[in-house]
Write a protein that binds this ligand. Structure first.
Ligand code: HEC
Length: 220
């Protein structure tokens, strides 16, 4: 019986300490065992900083900063439907809403031999910005996040998922991978697919095809 009371008392203290003071206001600075985010090192406006060699706390924006409200060119030229969904392969990577397709929807993307390299290059930029952290710059699934232990990041070079399936994973996410459909527009999603095709192809390219580039130092 004694133990029952001791446990009862401990439980009561625990419940009151966790739930009892919620919503109360305190005048004094709270004691924080785990720091909240409002408690952090920062530089106030006009404050000096010895972190930078010029001693200034206020910095210029870093190179290639995108000003708020600027529409990147790719979004500006994409149709106004660029985030819309319908049942076409172009919009959701599937035929009849269930059969995964493969290949690029060349007609809708208005791809030609001339604009294809720029399209693939656009894919590289979007891939490196959004995907390489997990999937790695070369797509081999060994990005920096994976090296910190996020399990199950897939090697996109050996992936046999059809293009439409990859497109679907970009839009809707899967498992530990979140959905990118809200932040990467239609054209850019397909640009990533085109770049993934190029990455896969580059792994299988015959040596003499890449020898010149390799010797010139452009292939790293
Ligand atoms: C937070 C880490 C993370 C990011 C960022 C990320 N992925 Fe993934 N991705 C994963 C994980 C984990 C899986 C495995 C999901 C599962 O099935 O559990 C995956 C799976 C995939 C697959 C499925 C491959 C297959 O063979 O089944 C594709 C395709 C893919 N990712 C493409 C991308 C693209 C393109 C981007 C950028 C737009 C991206 N991922 C960004 C973690 C990530």
């Amino acid at each position: 019986m004694r133990y029952f009371f001791i446990i009862y008392l401990l439980l009561a203290v625990l419940v009151v300490s966790i739930g009892g003071f919620r919503g109360d206001k305190f005048k004094n600075t709270p004691i924080r065992i785990f720091q909240d985010m409002d408690e952090q090192d920062r530089i106030n406006p006009q404050q000096a900083s010895d972190f930078f060699s010029d001693g200034l706390g206020a910095r210029q924006p870093v190179e290639e900063t995108v000003p708020q409200g600027l529409e990147p060119a790719s979004i500006a030229d994409a149709s106004t439907q660029s985030f819309a969904n319908d049942n076409s392969y172009y919009h959701n990577g599937m035929y009849d809403d269930q059969v995964l397709g493969t290949g690029l929807p060349i007609k809708e993307l208005e791809l030609t031999e001339e604009n294809l390299p720029a399209f693939i290059n656009r894919g590289k930029i979007v891939f490196n910005a959004n995907c390489s952290g997990c999937h790695g710059i070369s797509g081999n699934g060994k990005g920096v996040v994976a090296s910190y232990g996020v399990p199950g990041v897939i090697n996109l070079i050996t992936s046999e998922l059809p293009d439409g399936g990859k497109y679907d994973v970009i839009v809707n996410g899967r498992g530990n991978m979140s959905a990118f459909g809200y932040q990467i527009d239609l054209k850019d999603r397909w640009a990533i697919i085109a770049y993934l095709q190029a990455l896969q192809y580059s792994r299988k390219a015959p040596l003499d095809l890449v020898k010149d580039a390799y010797e010139a130092g452009s292939a790293k």
